[in-house]
Design a protein around this ligand. Sequence first.
Ligand code: FES
Ligand SMILES: [Fe+2]
Length: 356
Amino acid sequence: MQSFTMNESFPLNAWYAVAWDVELKNELLPRTICNKALVLYQKKDGTPVALEDACWHRLLPLSKGSLRGDTVVCGYHGLEYKSDGRCSYMPSQETINPSACVRSYPVIQKYRFIWVWMGNPALADEKLIPDMHWNDDPEWAGDGQMIKVHCNYRLVVDNLMDLTHETFVHSESIGDRNVAEAPFDVHYDEKTATVTRWMKGIQPPPFWKGQLNRVHKHEGDVDRWQIIKFEAPCTVNIDVGVAIAGTGAPEGDRSQGVNGYVLNTITPSTNQTCLYFWAFSRNYNLKDQSNTTELKNGVAHIFSQDEDILEAQQKAINENPDREFYNLNIDAGAMWARRITNKMVEEEQETKIDAL
Ligand code: FES
Ligand SMILES: [Fe+2]
């Protein structure tokens, strides 16, 4: 059995979302990612930058300093750093110590998020960014938020991999007995785990009843689906929706339905905190901004209910450090997610040991 320490750890060789694109400006933004303090900013030409948030000289966080154009000026004794982390100015001396630099991290803007690679820069391949294209695809519309949750990131992944909790945590919006009682399938491979659940010929819960009625003026029974796809180490994209019952959605015809994607990527900040980026995208009423706002507010409310549960769970875990989790059938998806991530962490540690 693996210790909880293993179960709360994270791989470094992975892309992690650190900010929404709109959060990044030509100003210094501090963020802690994988227990490491970073300072982020956008250069004048729009390129994102991520540097270690500790001055080479006396370690003052650079985020306490200022930006002059694309140059970071330390707020203590004025050392200056270029966007690649190299020191370009030292007060009262002409020669710059050649070792004077701070670490810079690979950073990319994609799918409306800023992604940072915390591990070996040689392995930072853009193709490894998890697919979240629904967040900026013109055929989809939506929006989302980032919330700082006081729990280990894996508890959020667990929460998303098992949606039976909707029945108990979100009963007034998306949860009902159908979710807790419907059978489901789990598939997995090296990098992903997928949980598929179909609930056929049911009464939709209030949230979906409202959405379907907006588009198809239908109030009767529906076929409802939840297809939850985890991609290691911390991204969970959920294909959700309802269609008028018996119109062929389980066989692939969703034309009589409404479809959304709940996009989630949960970045470890410290061992006990995470940055939870989420968005809800839909493929109907694309130009209807009021629908976007309504959905964003609705999902934000639902996730605040999760936040409450997750923080209370983390507190109980801390108070009971020797206790292991029990697993039920409903935890199959979450267990695969944990196993796949553990394998990534183990392989990374083995590579480090080999390199010694
Ligand atoms: S600590 Fe940054 S210049 Fe001295
Ligand atoms: Fe939830």
